[in-house]
Design a protein around this ligand. Structure first.
Ligand code: ZN
Length: 198
């Protein structure tokens, strides 16, 4: 698949949210297109993630991967189900997931339970998609504030865990984006092309 590699390691829990149906579109889109629960990434992303293993072990944590490479076909299907600006990049080429250069992640304990965070991954839950499709943006917009790195009206443990995750990811070569605490792009992401998937 055009130079992408599979992330498979016991320190990482592969739990692609679009391979299960409890996500914003309410459908297991990755299964529907035959992609399944697989975390493909650009080699530079895998290298950066694997370099975190000693720190994960020190912290007695694992990392849950909730999205990695997203086939453009899946992105287009999701856009058809929720054709609302703000849920997905309107053009799949603008999603770093379709380039294999982004991951949606959080830390878990060694049993795989997520640490406490301000929202679940991701915060664009199906109930909000339904509200928004019905024309009601208010609760969704309010909820999305909690996904921001600068949102502070959540329990201090959630803030601390968000900060620990960000500091880890940045030290190992990733960049945060302001409005999704779980989403990280590899540095230099703009240099990598979209990857088609057959
Ligand atoms: Zn993401």
């Amino acid at each position: 698949m055009n130079n992408l590699v599979l992330l498979e390691d016991s320190h990482f829990i592969i739990d692609m949210m679009y391979a299960r149906s409890n996500n914003m579109v309410g459908q297991a889109v990755y299964q529907e297109i035959g992609f399944g629960n697989k975390a493909y990434v650009h080699p530079v992303v895998r290298k950066a993630l694997l370099s975190m293993i000693p720190e994960l072990e020190r912290r007695k944590c694992k990392m849950r991967i909730c999205d990695a490479y997203r086939p453009p076909l899946a992105h287009k299907k999701m856009l058809e189900i929720v054709p609302i600006k703000g849920f997905f990049a309107a053009d799949y080429k603008r999603s770093n997931h379709c380039h294999g250069t982004a991951v949606d992640v959080c830390l878990t304990d060694l049993e795989g339970h997520n640490l406490v965070y301000p929202t679940q991954i991701d915060a664009y839950e199906e109930k909000y998609a339904k509200q928004v499709l019905a024309g009601d943006f208010s609760q969704f917009q309010q909820h999305l504030q909690k996904a921001r790195h600068d949102y502070m009206c959540v329990p201090s443990l959630a803030i601390a865990n968000r900060i620990i995750l960000r500091s880890m990811m940045e030290r190992y070569g990733f960049e945060a984006i302001p409005h999704e605490w779980w989403h990280y792009n590899i540095k230099g992401w703009a240099n990598y092309p979209v990857v088609e998937w057959e």
